[in-house]
Design a protein around this ligand. Structure first.
Ligand SMILES: Cc1ncc(COP(=O)(O)O)c(C=O)c1O
Ligand SMILES: N[C@@H](CCCC[NH3+])C(=O)O
Length: 432
């Protein structure tokens, strides 16, 4: 592929990139060169998404929820643009530091943190300025036991949640954060114990849609009120991520400016409700999906076509071990045929199914695809977020490869696993 050719450019910055917007030929070239199943990531789109977040929220501190996609080029791209890293585990902290996020731009949000995670984070020599977010008094005690003397943030359970599925609505789930009515006390206690309390944090859930921002507003309002109740001067109030992207081809794009306006208004309302006439702490946001979802597609090859009385089953080489979201949440991902003659083929109702021995292993049900044939290449949309990241070795399936494209130039970022990789961590049988 020649430089800049074939891919929508980063200067072309529409609010959404749909699967139908991806040019077919460069995707076919990638599949030819790297094989399938293959995740393809367009780094220029990640940059464009970053630009849109920045212009909608110019006043906010912007972090990336690393869990959405931890591949090295994505992390490097965002670290180079001054975005912070919001991490959910020691491994994410390690990856973020290695990719160049300065420690003071890294936050570790510890949810029931395993001892090994706390040992790693509290023991970092070069952790200067890193922020540890705790969501329970018990976690605060464990952090204190390890002599943590860095910056601290308290995660709040705001009592309102939102999200595309109950399984990812976190805001009201007792597991996450200090209950709202105890939060000011816990925050004050942390400050009294000598911790440098710099922030408060909450996250409603993942996949907030634009048509109903009431829960998001309520969360932000409550956080504004709480910030005013905490006597210590805070640097920031993080109101999470969760900005949704359109998964169906005709879903409307999220109106980011409207989300930003609602966030701003609700924050000011909460802060003023606390009868405080000083400026509030800086707002902080930490989207994951929004940065990367539409920057990625999953390429997969048809290996079986089976007409049945109900539908045509289209067997492909990617499945729930490659992309688990359809099986896990019933999520919809657009699927498109990429063969040059697809426009001339008749549309056929299909189920696109993977190779795993589970009924849930269907990437798309009741889809209309150009009359499928063995060897056809298909693309699955919005695969940049929580795709490769949630892939697994179930059924002893090797994980797919990942390729990143920047200015039209592809480079392999994760090689395809082999059968030998699948058993590489097995302890050798002891000689008897
Ligand atoms: C604490 C926290 N912050 C940010 C995110 C990012 O969410 P999303 O990828 O939906 O923006 C998540 C995941 O839901 C999260 O748990
Ligand atoms: N993994 C979820 C979203 C993130 C949940 C983490 N809090 C998804 O694919 O939609």
């Amino acid at each position: 592929m020649a430089d800049g050719e074939g891919w929508p450019t980063s200067t072309d910055n529409p609010a959404v990139r749909r699967l139908s917007d991806w040019p077919a030929e460069p995707l076919r070239d990638l599949a030819d060169e790297f094989g399938t199943p293959l995740y393809a990531l367009d780094l220029d789109r990640v940059k464009a998404n970053t630009g849109r977040l920045r212009s909608a929220f110019p006043e906010a501190d912007l972090s990336y929820a690393v869990k959405a996609n931890t591949t090295r080029p994505v992390l490097e791209t965002l670290a180079n643009r001054g975005v912070g890293a919001e991490c959910a585990a020691a491994g994410e902290v390690q990856r973020s530091l290695a990719a160049g996020f300065p420690p003071h731009r890294v936050r570790y949000t510890a949810v029931n943190p395993p001892a090994r995670d706390l040992d790693y984070v509290c023991g970092l020599d070069d952790a200067g300025g890193m922020i540890l977010t705790v969501g329970a008094m018990d976690t605060l005690n464990r952090v204190a036991e390890r002599g943590f003397d860095g910056r601290l943030c308290v995660r709040i359970n705001p009592g309102v949640g939102a999200g595309h599925h109950a399984k990812v609505s976190t805001g009201a789930e007792p597991k996450f954060g200090v209950p709202y009515d105890r939060a000011a006390t816990v925050a004050r206690r942390a400050a009294d114990r000598g911790f440098e309390l710099v922030g408060l944090h909450a996250h409603a859930g993942s996949g907030i849609a634009g048509d109903d921002l009431s829960d998001h507003r309520e969360l932000v309002r409550r956080m504004g009120t709480l910030a005013a109740d905490v006597e210590d001067r805070l640097d920031f109030v993080a109101v999470g991520g969760g900005f949704g992207v359109p998964y169906r081809e005709d879903d409307p794009a999220l109106d980011l400016d409207a989300v930003a306006a609602a966030t701003r208004e609700a924050y000011a309302e909460g802060w003023r409700g606390g009868a405080n006439d000083t400026a509030p702490p800086q707002l902080a946001i930490e989207p994951g999906r929004y940065f990367v979802a539409d920057a990625g597609v999953l390429l997969t090859t048809v290996n079986t076509v089976k007409p049945t009385p109900e539908t045509t089953v289209v067997g492909v080489d990617a499945g729930m071990t490659t992309l688990v979201r359809p099986a896990m949440y019933g999520s919809y991902h657009a699927i498109r045929g990429l063969e040059p003659d697809t426009p001339r083929r008749e549309l056929v109702p299909c189920d696109v199914s993977g190779p795993v021995c589970e009924t849930a292993d269907v990437l798309g049900r009741d889809r209309s695809l150009p009359d499928p044939a063995r060897g056809d290449l298909l693309a699955v949309g919005n695969a940049g977020a929580y795709g490769y990241e949630m892939s697994s070795n179930y059924n002893s399936r090797p994980r797919p490869a990942v390729v990143a494209v920047e200015h039209g130039e592809p480079r392999l970022v994760a090689r395809r696993e082999t059968l030998a990789d699948v058993t590489r961590f097995e302890a050798e049988a002891e000689d008897s």
